[in-house]
Design a protein around this ligand. Structure first.
Ligand SMILES: Cc1cc2nc3c(=O)[nH]c(=O)nc-3n(C[C@H](O)[C@H](O)[C@H](O)COP(=O)(O)OP(=O)(O)OC[C@H]3O[C@@H](n4cnc5c(N)ncnc54)[C@H](O)[C@@H]3O)c2cc1C
Length: 291
């Protein structure tokens, strides 16, 4: 049986308390939210914190709320909350579609958006969603707050810009008119991590051309956005040929590995095919918003 190395446990009673605990214990401490990624890492001894700072009592970080032209999501919002949010489904169907295929109900009941983004697993779905939506991360420490984009937040597999004495407190997603989005994942069985997945978002101009586009892929060796494929879309009418080209470019840009989930060739094919599908759905949805 795998058991974690010994550790001390502290339950934070407020955000200030959590930050004070992190500041006191330095890099010997880790925050625990849903625990669905951290506890398996501790059991495998890939993570060995001396202190676990439990933030589950910080209900002030568990929300989804509109603020002007942004949707703000607290770091402790559970996957289930995001999946069931009618506001998210209307504004960002990419997130609802991703949440439907994140793990299983048990994991979704406890796992949080903050834990997902901070874990930064290359096969994690919400990182792609947040990158595609142009989200910003709000990070708090004892000295104040900073707000950074997802390109700065994610620094590589399992690495983020969150320092040992900081907490991710909120994710802010801009709400844009005539925009919509979609996500599609191929998994070996229900609840599994992605073999490959893609997310896309499109904003249409008043004349029907593509004003802005974002493409992101999951589990295929490329973090962040596929900017070259995005660039071929912007300023043009969305035709089948254009979308095929964006899919081809995405397929060429990814850098997957052969593993038990599939070969390099298969994952490349999926990245291109899924990109085309999500772009088509995002465009159709953005058009319906115009009507
Ligand atoms: C069986 C299984 C299948 C899964 N399948 C999928 C899947 O298909 N797709 C997918 O995307 N995910 C999947 N997951 C991961 C799941 O989504 C987790 O919930 C998520 O990765 C971590 O969220 P958490 O709240 O449990 O984080 P935790 O495990 O509590 O924390 C993860 C890391 O983030 C840090 N952290 C947590 N919150 C904060 C914060 N607010 N500020 C700073 N640091 C913080 C912790 O210190 C830790 O290092 C799966 C997990 C399991 C167990």
């Amino acid at each position: 049986m795998q058991i974690p190395a010994p550790f001390e446990y502290a339950r934070a009673t407020s955000l200030d308390d959590a930050i004070a605990l992190l500041t006191r214990y330095g890099d010997d401490a880790l925050v625990v939210a849903g625990g669905h990624s951290l506890l398996p890492m501790m059991k495998l001894r890939l993570a060995r914190p001396d202190w676990l700072i439990d933030i589950n009592e910080l209900h002030e970080l568990d929300y989804v709320r509109r603020h002007g032209d942004e949707l703000r999501i607290g770091a402790l919002a559970r996957h289930r909350t995001l999946l069931e949010s009618a506001e998210i489904a209307a504004l960002f169907p990419i997130m609802t579609e991703a949440e439907r295929v994140v793990a299983d109900p048990i994991v979704r009941n406890r796992g949080t958006i903050g834990g997902s983004l901070c874990q930064a697993d290359p096969a994690e779905d919400l990182s792609t969603v947040c990158a595609v939506l142009g989200a910003q991360a709000v990070i708090r420490s004892a000295t104040g707050e900073r707000v950074i984009g997802m390109d700065e937040f994610h620094q590589g597999p399992y690495e983020t810009a969150v320092e040992f004495n900081e907490i991710l407190v909120e994710v802010r997603i801009p709400i844009r008119p005539r925009s919509s989005s979609s996500y599609e994942k191929v998994e070996r069985r229900v609840g599994d991590w992605a073999v490959a997945a893609a997310g896309g978002s499109v904003t249409l101009a008043a004349d029907g051309t593509i004003e802005d586009a974002a493409i992101g892929v999951t589990a295929v060796g490329l973090s962040g956005r596929v900017t070259d494929a995005e660039a071929v879309l912007i300023g043009h009418r969305p035709t089948d040929a254009l979308i095929t080209e964006a899919g081809r470019m995405t397929s060429a840009a990814v850098d997957p590995m052969t593993d038990q989930r599939g070969s390099v060739e298969y994952k490349r094919h999926l990245a291109g095919e899924l990109t085309q599908r999500v772009l088509k759905r995002a465009i159709a949805r953005a058009r319906r918003q115009e009507a």
